[in-house]
Design a protein around this ligand. Structure first.
Ligand code: ATP
Ligand code: MG
Length: 449
């Protein structure tokens, strides 16, 4: 599909002088392979209704990019000249969301089509506009300056994400050489990458995500500033970071994303304690543990099995927790006290560097604490533990630990593997055997005075 378009594009470039970046290449329907059968019926419905109401309506972003790459789009995004309130009037199932970006979400059961009004990068009078607000560091805090289609192109992130499919005549519009970059598997920021990263540091994480997911290389101009400006990701609010973590680590390309995050020195900014362990004498063990967690998550995504972010973050921070626990043990704390103290310490340290939501912290802590509970197997404890809502995650975590862990962890994992498949009788027997094997601790009789 792309080869055909580019053959056409070669001609079009000569004809239109595409060196001037603001002259769009417009590819007619018969010259590109985007067919309406590739577009979800919900997105088509939204596009048609906007068009029939007299508005411009385009499919843009990942929907167009992925169809051209003959991949299955995750979702479909629509761009229009209709204002959010005008969109809302057209659709009963519409909700307006976002403060930073005002967007319309059109709900079709579990599916959402996101409709964004064309935006401009800067208003005519930026200093006094209440619609575009920057922080002192140049970060965009609010961006609701509406503009034209052309304005909208230049506020998007990468060239491959700025291709517009026009529902009015089914043409494809390319202002920024996105088609050529798709053909050469190149991720390229629109405009000055340094400035665009300062405006929104999440774009650095998006670069990693698309490079990992699409197996694209990042153009030199787009990749170089990441090394210099990576620290800005620390300023991203925790809710946005959480969204991005979900996309980075739970979309089936977590392992590739991890490799790239490390390559671009972003991983150490997001998880400094983990990075320190990855550079310690135990680096091989730590890296294998994390990679196992990531590849396992990727496999589960492809098998359509549930995956959870707390699990992965618990894995990222597991070795920092172990190292801290050892430090506390050396200071004379008991195993259990050191473990609990280290849990709190590591989560606090992580929060100091990059904010993670309270719910996420809670989820991570729960998985860790259940690791301690998995060791206590007397009486009814194992049975009660099996009924815990996070048991499965904790058990999977134990299996993961066993791969790189010591003999005790491996034996514990084997015991649980057998326990969960056993019937009631077998389970009771396992507890009995354990009781005989375990050394008995007798309480010292109280001294009588
Ligand atoms: P996918 O949905 O497959 O993850 P996508 O490219 O559609 O990829 P979305 O997050 O859905 O990504 O965003 C839709 C489009 O909005 C993008 O393609 C891009 O054009 C634009 N966009 C999203 N986030 C940003 C950003 N931080 N800066 C500039 N443009 C952005
Ligand atoms: Mg999308």
């Amino acid at each position: 599909m792309l080869t055909n378009i580019l053959r056409w594009l070669g001609r079009a470039c000569q004809n239109t002088g595409r060196e001037k970046r603001h002259v769009p290449v417009i590819i007619p329907r018969k010259e590109h392979g985007i067919s309406r059968t590739n577009i979800s019926k919900h997105a088509l419905k939204v596009l048609y209704r906007l068009r029939d109401a007299g508005f411009q309506a385009y499919l843009v972003g990942g929907g167009v990019r992925d169809v051209l790459l003959e991949r299955h789009p995750k979702d479909f995004d629509v761009a229009t000249d209709a204002r959010p309130d005008q969109v809302q009037k057209l659709f009963q199932n519409c909700r307006l969301i976002g403060r930073r970006f005002r967007l319309a979400h059109i709900h079709f059961g579990a599916h959402i089509v996101e409709v964004a009004t064309f935006r401009a990068n800067s208003p005519k009078n930026e200093e006094t506009s209440p619609h575009l607000v920057h922080s002192e560091a140049g970060m965009i805090l609010r961006d609701n300056v509406y503009g034209t289609l052309e304005d909208d192109v230049f506020r998007r992130d990468f060239t491959i994400n700025a291709l517009y499919y026009n529902i009015a005549d089914f043409t494809l519009i390319d202002y920024v050489g996105g088609l050529e970059d798709l053909k050469t598997s190149c991720l390229r920021m629109i405009g000055d990458a340094r400035h665009r990263y300062r405006e929104d540091p999440v774009r650095m994480l998006r670069a990693i995500r698309f490079a990992a997911k699409l197996d694209f290389h990042i153009s030199p101009d787009t990749e170089t500033p990441i090394f210099e400006l990576g620290f800005l990701v620390k300023l991203v609010p925790s809710a946005r970071l959480l969204d991005e973590y979900i996309k980075l680590f739970l979309s089936g390309f977590a392992e590739a994303s991890f490799q790239l995050l490390r390559h671009y020195k972003l991983f150490g900014i997001l998880f400094p304690e983990t990075e320190a362990c990855l550079n310690s004498t135990k680096s091989h063990q730590v890296e294998t543990f994390i990679k196992d967690a990531l590849t396992d998550t990727d496999r589960r995504v492809f098998e359509h099995k549930p995956v959870a972010l707390p699990f992965l973050l618990a894995a990222f921070l597991w070795y920092p927790l172990q190292f801290q626990k050892e430090r506390l043990r050396k200071e004379g704390m008991t195993e259990l006290a050191a473990f609990y103290e280290a849990c709190d310490f590591i989560l606090r340290e992580q929060q100091k560097n990059v904010a993670i939501s309270r719910r996420l912290v809670q989820g991570i802590k729960e998985i860790w604490i259940l690791q301690a509970r998995l060791m206590r197997r007397s009486g009814k404890r194992p049975l009660q533990l099996c009924a815990h809502p996070r048991f499965r995650a904790a058990y999977d975590f134990l299996l993961l630990r066993a791969v790189t862990g010591d003999r005790a962890e491996q034996e514990l994992a084997e015991w649980w593997k057998e326990y969960i498949v056993g019937d009631d009788e077998a389970k009771a027997q396992m507890i009995q055997i354990l009781k005989k094997e375990m050394p008995r601790y007798r309480r010292k009789p109280k001294k009588r005075l």
